[in-house]
Design a protein. Structure first.
Length: 289
């Protein structure tokens, strides 16, 4: 493949209810042509799309254009930090951002989601809410560790103060074994640690629906998740995988890795598995094969 000079474009998409969503497009070698193919990346809770520059560059090198964006209430997008107005809005945002992205591409894009972003990506795919070629999930939040007492408190909070953010309980030491990656996260001014009862309710709804409709998927799925995940419950990925059509699923569970598998010390294996899967599915642009 010919060399590609990195080109990015930052802009705001105004959502249906007037919230500005920060978008960063990483233009691929075929951008602006009828051969352009794309990947949409959805980030996790409390973080922002800027933390996925290394993934965007990886996909660029394979010949894809990449769109990343900040969820409402996150990063450089508008909205109250760690909150959503209702259970549908974050999905509607993704639908709109992806629909706009598709107008610049030659085919439906791939959808990549990490953690909370992986949960909502799974929900979009299982609900047939978007048109995508394939789904890539990185340590998706398809189950979280929450006991009965916490569920009761969350239900009370949803009724009494639904939009009030509380600490999300994320222990940063378990993001990655790479101390530099953890420090960068902890010192990132765009990262926040809040979650409202409304956002938690939105996530729980998405988990239930994703599992219930997993069997209806008709596109290839790459499921990669941490074997030593302290931030989401990896049994959710296993349960989700058990309900997917076996012929469409490729799964990798990385023993000993923490939650952010693409920021781990052993991330080379994770990237290699992603590249191999794309080649097997013949979804990389021709020049990259």
């Amino acid at each position: 493949m010919s060399a590609h000079i990195e080109q990015t474009r930052e802009w705001e998409y105004i959502s249906a209810d007037g919230i500005p969503l920060f978008i960063r497009d990483w233009l691929g070698p075929h951008a602006g042509s009828t051969q352009d193919q794309g990947v949409l990346i959805m980030h996790g809770i409390g973080e922002h799309c800027g933390r996925y520059a290394h993934l965007a560059r990886f996909f660029n090198q394979l010949g894809f254009s990449v769109r990343t964006y900040d969820h409402r209430g996150h990063g450089q997008s508008g909205g109250k930090r760690g909150d959503v107005p209702d259970s549908l809005r974050i999905l509607q945002d993704a639908q709109a951002v992806l629909k706009d992205f598709r107008t610049h591409l030659s085919d439906d894009p791939l959808l990549f989601g990490h953690s909370m972003g992986g949960l909502f990506a799974a929900r979009l795919a299982t609900g047939n809410l978007v048109k995508i070629r394939a789904l890539i999930l990185s340590s998706p939040a398809l189950a979280i560790r929450i006991n009965r007492a916490q569920q009761l408190l969350a239900a009370i909070a949803l009724r009494l103060f639904p939009g009030f953010p509380v600490p999300n309980g994320l222990h940063t030491r378990y993001l990655s074994h790479d101390a530099e990656a953890v420090r960068a996260y902890e010192n990132d001014r765009l990262v926040h640690g809040g979650i409202s009862a409304r956002l938690l309710h939105c996530m729980l709804d998405a988990m239930q629906a994703s599992h219930a409709q997993a069997a209806s998927l008709t596109i290839p799925v790459l499921l990669q998740f941490a074997g030593d995940d302290h931030l989401v419950d990896p049994t959710g990925s296993l349960r989700f995988a058990s309900r997917l059509p076996a012929s469409l699923l490729s799964m990798h569970q990385y023993a000993g890795l923490y939650h952010e598998i693409y920021n781990e010390l052993d991330a080379t294996t994770v990237f290699d598995d992603l590249r191999s899967w794309m080649e097997q599915q013949q979804i990389t642009p021709t020049e990259a094969r």
